[in-house]
Ligand binder design. Structure first.
Ligand code: ADP
Ligand code: MG
Length: 357
């Protein structure tokens, strides 16, 4: 297990990159603490796999360094980095049994047979695959193949980091949530540094203590699931995380007063910076219906189980609110109340209000 440092990392797949748009990774500076459970979360194409492959050594970055425990490994090949990587699709040997598959990474490292037997038994029990140990891998369902692939990633206990690249893609939905919580449990048991890559917020937020959110080759925020939910540093994070995501509303500012369609709004704190495009961000959970407030008209009501999501129009601007209990009818006139300590200003996407202390 090791601390991993990425320093001034940039990567382009082009031989002669020019502008920032030619870079799959624009500028990455990150520290992954020893033993942490991390998720790398972002939409498809934002550079997650590129970053993982740079950490594992499958790719050499165009610029920047990778350090394991402060030792520079940038020029080391994958097999010298002591890493386990689990991919989107199962990587196992069909002709071998499950037991042989799990033992393979250990045999490769020259561990003695007694130790191998012990580790394989441990992992098989953690993953609940004991009864298939003597089955040939070719006979497994794709779910089980992927489970064994994960087992191969977890079987060595002396690796610097275990990395998972969208490992639940091929897993059946009903098994997904089970494996998701299983992985979390495994991390707590094994305490290895783990990096879990996904475009699925639920997977990221269940697994990780710290989530790194990426967009377009850049890190936009690093934080606990609570940080990301409570104080998105960028409208992208607000929108990408949560369901529904944060309301991002066009507003104007004049002499420190921010208005939404002419209605003044109270922000969480003082405004910072100036110029640029300003928007107001508030999560639907913090918009409520009251007797007074911003006049709006209900456009849509969706029942999402424990609560309802209503969409109300403030002039031409749709605003979502999460409502518990009785809900208004479509077309009804209502008043929206924005919780001030959860109402933030964003400037060119980035947060531009100071948190109240
Ligand atoms: P993610 O894993 O987040 O979906 P990737 O790291 O795979 O994203 O891709 C990031 C960007 O780099 C995308 O624009 C993708 O098209 C590009 N890319 C990925 N792999 C290659 C490659 N081998 N050659 C050229 N471009 C690539
Ligand atoms: Mg990928």
């Amino acid at each position: 297990m090791a601390k991993i440092t990425l320093s001034n990392l940039r990567h382009s797949y082009m031989p002669n990159p020019k502008g920032p748009e030619d870079y799959a990774l624009k500028e990455i500076d990150l520290d992954w603490t020893d033993g942490g459970a991390y998720a790398l979360l972002g939409p498809s194409g934002c550079g997650k796999s590129t970053l993982l492959n740079i950490i594992s050594g499958l790719l050499t970055p165009s610029e920047g360094r990778i350090l394991f425990d402060d030792r520079d490994v940038t020029d080391l090949p994958p097999d010298k980095r002591n890493i386990a990587q689990v991919f989107q699709f199962p990587v196992i040997y069909d002709t071998m049994t499950v037991r042989e598959n799990l033992a393979f990474p250990l045999r490769n490292r020259g561990l003695d047979e007694a130790k191998i037997t012990e580790r394989v038994a441990e992992i098989a029990s953690m993953l609940e695959v004991e009864e298939m140990l003597d089955t040939r891998a070719a006979h497994l369902s794709s779910d089980n193949k992927q489970k064994i692939s994960m087992g191969r990633g977890l079987v060595r206990d002396e690796v610097n980091v275990v990395m998972f690249d969208e490992p639940l893609t091929v897993i059946d939905p009903h098994l997904k949530w089970k494996l998701r919580s299983k992985l979390k449990e495994l991390h707590q048991r094994v305490r290895a540094t783990m990096i879990y890559v996904t475009h699925d917020q639920t997977e990221a937020l269940t697994f990780a203590d710290q989530v790194v959110v990426m967009q377009d080759g850049e890190v936009v925020q690093i934080g606990s699931p609570v940080d990301l939910f409570e104080r998105p540093q960028h409208t992208f994070v607000g929108h990408f995380i949560g369901s529904p995501g944060m309301n991002v509303l066009p507003v104007s500012e004049n002499a420190g007063v921010v208005t939404l369609e002419g209605h003044p709004v109270t922000l969480e704190g003082a405004i910072s910076g100036q110029g640029g495009k300003i928007e107001l961000g508030i999560r639907p959970e913090f918009v409520s219906l009251g007797d007074s407030g911003i006049a709006a008209r209900i456009r849509k009501v969706s029942d999402v189980g424990r609560h309802s999501v209503v969409e109300a129009m403030v002039g031409d601007i749709p605003v979502k609110a999460v409502v518990e209990g009785a809900v208004p009818e479509q077309g009804e006139a209502v008043h929206l109340v924005l919780r001030p300590d959860q109402t933030r200003l964003y400037r060119d996407g980035w947060i531009a209000t100071e948190a109240r202390t």
